[in-house]
Design a protein around this ligand. Sequence first.
Ligand code: UT7
Length: 327
Amino acid sequence: MSYHAGIVGTGSALPTRILTNADFEKMVDTNDEWIVSRTGIRERRIAEEGEATSDYATAACQNALDAAGVAAEDVDLVICATVTPDMMFPATACLIQDRLGATHAAAFDLSAACSGFMYGVTVGSGLIESGVYKNVLVVAGDLLSRITDYEDRSTCVLFGDGAGAVLLSRVEEGRGVLASDLGSDGSGAKYLLQPAGGSRMPASVESVEQRQHYLKMEGRETFKFAVKAMASSTERVLEQAGLTKQDIDVLVPHQANIRIIEAARTRFGLDEDKVVVTIHKYGNTSASSIPIALDEAVRSGRAKPGDVIVMVGFGGGLTWGALAVRL
Ligand code: UT7
């Protein structure tokens, strides 16, 4: 017996503290005009000292459960996509499971950087379609501020903190996840990474002195990859779902750079009101950017039941992924 899996609730959580471009002008050699014209970012949210990814991820999950009207005890699995877990282990998903009171749920983390939400929904919906589980929480949470080098102007202005979640459940045929396209190219691992803190370069006095615990990115290489990956992954997912670009009601792209989003929008001939943009106010929140944008689109009524939503992301790995969903 096979089932259909769909998004039955969305949620998100963001810090209240705001870091503006003017704040960065006091920290590094940059200016508002450069940041806005090259990235589209005006401000981003930054978590308070002492907070961790699970704080925001738990709140986002609770919002998604409330929206769906499902109790935490009825959740079968919690998948947390993150590259900034509370600790190396145990999994942040276990901390979320405990705080939600999801006492019957399995829990694990998933590492696919900014594509993590696409990977998480693909895994979670597959487990529902195959009949293994009924209710799966997929949450993407990242506090990139924790691994951002605030002395490196080429990266520090880009990132923000937050979390977004969906509850996946059984839905009737014709609704839910219609198609998924995931991919990876590890030969590009060097373009976007956090070198230290793992088994290759464990934490040491030298690794800290050499600033190796911070995120490093080759911006131009990542940009070129992103533009291609967004287009090709969207094309594949549409084809797989038997849809065309005219069928897209709402496009929810990863929020890394307004120029990358614009390239995708023009490539698919979409009007501005069909593309969800949050980058000006939240910056790049890694895996969380797509579910946060989706939650805003649902809550504002921009994404309505029955709409075809295409989500597409890319990131470290290198990884990419797209989902076509009928709400
Ligand atoms: O979610 C993860 C995936 N990440 C991404 O998708 C990021 C993709 N990459 C990008 O979004 C862009 O490459 C960046 C926004 C990171 C950079 O924009 P760019 O147009 O590719 O700039 P660039 O790296 O080619 O740098 C252009 C100039 C350089 O100066 P010179 O060498 O031309 O004199 C940089 O040093 O801009 C300079 N620059 C800055 N200037 C002012 C770099 N960062 C800054 C800054 N303020 N913050």
